[in-house]
Structures are given as C-alpha cells and as structure tokens.
Design a protein. Structure first.
Length: 228
C-alpha cells in the first residue's frame, strides 16, 4: 500500500544509517517565530477568506541538504519548501499556519503548532459541530484530488454519515491488491470552522473502507454516494 500510510507519520524524522552516512526522511514541518509546526493531513482550509497575515517565510529547506541525524532545526527551516516561501496565519486559529500549495484542496497546505498543551487529533469523532457540506474527491493518476460530488442537502449528508458511522473497525484488515492498489477517494467535511476535516476512502474491488483514524470497513451502500 502507498497512499494512505502518510496518516501514520507522527515524528520529526526517520533515520536509516549505513557505514558512510545517514539518510533522513523528513516529516513535513516548518519552524516560524520560534514555533514548530507539523503538516496535518486530516485538515484542509475551508475557505481562502480565512487566510490571515503573513507570519514569516522559509529561510532554508532541509530535505536534500541535511544528512546529519543530530541536526537541530532553527528559525525559518522547513522540510520541503524552498527559501522565500511565505507562511500565513489562519484567522481565529492561532495554533494553525498555512502555505500556498496549488495541488492541495482549496489551495493551501495546513500546519499545526506542536506544543505540550495542544495537539491536533484530527479524528472524525472529534467533529463537534454540524456538518454543513461534504465534498467527495477521487485521486487522478498523479495522486491529485479531483472533485466528484458535493453534498449540501441535509438528507444526503445524513445518509452518507450514517453509513460511515456504522463502519466496523478492523485494524488488521488487508485490502485486495491482486489487481493493484485500491482506488483512492477523499472525503472533506465542512462545518462552520475555518479548518475542514479530510479523510481517505478506498475501494479494492471487493471492499469499501476508510480511515477516519483507524481502518473501518463500510457497507456497499456507500457506493451510491461516491459514484452516483
């Protein structure tokens, strides 16, 4: 499997060593104004009008330039963004930051401040406000999301969420990959908050399943909302 393992990334970097050097696989981060922000993949910007002022910019891209496992990140460092990349605040959400990213849904990659007091769980069960809209995307051959449907009617939203809520958790589930990787979809849940929730959904030719935090197996009934 390849496309959904990114949900499990939770540390700054992973290190693989040999006799000559260390190869570092950096987790997506940016360090601005003394704060360390990690990229979140279960949240997207709900509306570009929520973008606030510029809070800083990237001074150094560490990926491809740093191979020292003991490297201490410094102000302006980022994993993958080039020098000069602007970092923005999100109105009403000081714990978040945003960077323009043309291939992301609604045009921005979202980052959350790392601190002892506040973490971003991003679980589907954490959505504590009424869902006003659900967008359904399908990944193209380049793994870019393409909008398929938008559900905004209350009855449609309730119909889909009921099926999702009835999913059966199965942490040991292994999808059928005999015909290749499962088809990948994404479900975006919008409330009145500036950050919407985003989760992957898959079909392996036999079973629908999604990952709201753990792997949940879904009824075939979900297909009528996805492929209609």
């Amino acid at each position: 499997m390849k496309k959904w393992i990114w949900l499990l990334a939770c540390s700054l970097f992973l290190v693989s060593c040999n006799a000559q050097e260390s190869i570092i696989e950096w987790v997506d981060f940016v360090k601005i104004n003394g704060n360390h922000y990690d990229r979140i993949h279960t949240g997207i910007l709900a509306d570009s009008a929520s973008i606030g002022e510029k809070i800083g910019e990237v001074k150094f891209k560490v990926a491809g330039h740093v191979n020292d496992a003991n490297y201490k990140t410094k102000e302006g460092d980022a994993s993958f963004w080039e020098k000069g990349t602007k970092v923005f605040s999100i109105k009403g959400k000081p714990e978040f930051a945003a960077i323009k990213a043309k291939d992301e849904i609604n045009g921005y990659a979202i980052y959350h401040k790392v601190s002892k007091d506040q973490t971003f769980q991003g679980k589907y069960q954490d959505i504590d406000k009424a869902i006003r809209q659900i967008e359904i995307y399908k990944e193209d051959k380049d793994n870019h999301p393409v909008l398929l449907r938008t559900l905004s009617e209350k009855q449609e939203i309730q119909g889909l969420t009921q099926i999702l809520n009835e999913g059966k958790t199965n942490s040991s589930f292994n999808p059928n990959t005999t015909q290749g990787d499962p088809i990948t979809y994404r479900l975006a849940f919008y409330t009145e908050e500036p950050i919407a929730y985003l989760y992957p959904l898959f079909y392996d030719g036999e079973q629908w399943f999604w990952i709201p935090w753990d792997t949940d197996l879904l009824s075939d009934e979900v297909e009528r909302f996805i492929t209609k």
